[in-house]
Write a protein that binds this ligand. Structure first.
Ligand SMILES: C[S@@+](CC[C@H](N)C(=O)[O-])C[C@H]1O[C@@H](n2cnc3c(N)ncnc32)[C@H](O)[C@@H]1O
Length: 273
């Protein structure tokens, strides 16, 4: 018999939406209604947070009426941002049931329930037919997935020809030395698989994608981590509320690996051929 999935075991926690909503509502100015933007400090679970999302999403040309898939949507911050900014309908899939439930609750709490939906599913076996999406994004997910050829093949299958795939993921860097654990996405190397930019390019090509933009975001990541350290703390809503126990060690691990350039966040914008 197989044990609990080590990836979802790493992320899962109970009462996520309630914890985050309580913290964010406590800071809400009198008379203001909770909106998508208020959740940004706690629901964008990737390096650079909302600033990275705000920079990346406009590169993708997503528009009102499009069907967009967020692969590994976490608690739904990026999906809500996309639907609010572009008018697209966004479907998020994620392996961690607690994240999927929290994503739906947070969308309902911010009035985004009609434009976003969340399904518990694995990225390697998407529960959708062929060519049904006009665009897809995946932010900080591939590092949890060993079989990236299957990940990109599945993304290509559900996208129509000409559709965009936006990837913002953590790749392997040129730095020497042993990778430090824990990091925000893994407690050990058991669930961490970083591909190099070269490997990623060739996997994307083999899956049927043409890369139209790519950028190494290592330097901005270093700066954003420094800003996060200065801003975050038990007194302010932040990712520490989502990550919970071990937050400081996981961020310290990431900072050490980034400083030694053992990893780097990287953007790719691709078009399904
Ligand atoms: C670091 S979080 C990023 C979440 C979200 N994309 C964001 O940027 O806020 C990584 C997410 O990937 C999900 N994940 C990991 N492996 C997955 C897989 N094989 N299929 C679907 N989701 C997966 C995890 O459950 C987790 O929610």
């Amino acid at each position: 018999m197989s044990g609990p999935d080590p990836v979802t075991g790493h992320y899962a926690r109970g009462g996520i939406a309630q914890t985050l909503l309580a913290a964010v509502r406590a800071e809400l100015p009198e008379g203001e209604t909770l909106g998508v933007a208020h959740l940004a400090p706690v629901d964008e679970f990737h390096i650079g947070g909302i600033e990275a999302t705000r920079r990346f999403v406009p590169m993708l040309g997503l528009q009102e009426g499009m069907q967009v898939l967020d692969i590994g949507s976490g608690i739904g911050g990026t999906a809500r941002f996309i639907s609010q900014e572009t008018g697209a309908q966004v479907t998020g899939i994620d392996l961690t049931p607690e994240f999927v439930a929290a994503a739906a609750d947070l969308s309902a709490a911010t009035g985004s329930g009609g434009r976003t939906r969340f399904v518990c599913a694995g990225a390697l076996d998407l529960p959708f037919g062929d060519a049904g999406f006009d665009g897809a994004v995946t932010l900080h997910v591939a590092m949890n997935i060993a079989d990236k050829a299957a990940l990109y093949r599945e993304a290509a299958r559900v996208l129509r020809p000409g559709a965009v795939l936006g990837i913002y993921d953590v790749l392997a860097g040129p730095g020497a030395g042993a990778f430090v654990f824990p990091v925000p996405w893994a407690a050990s190397r058991e669930t961490s698989w970083l591909a190099t930019p070269e490997t990623t390019r060739s996997l994307l090509d083999a899956a049927g994608f043409a890369i139209v933009h790519e950028e190494d975001r290592h330097a901005p990541a270093m700066a954003s981590l420094a800003r996060m350290a200065a801003r975050s703390g038990p007194q302010r809503p932040g990712l520490h509320l989502l990550i919970g126990e071990g937050y400081a060690e996981r961020i310290a691990g990431l900072a050490a690996n980034l400083a030694a350039h053992r990893c780097a966040p990287w953007e790719f914008v691709c078009v399904r051929r």
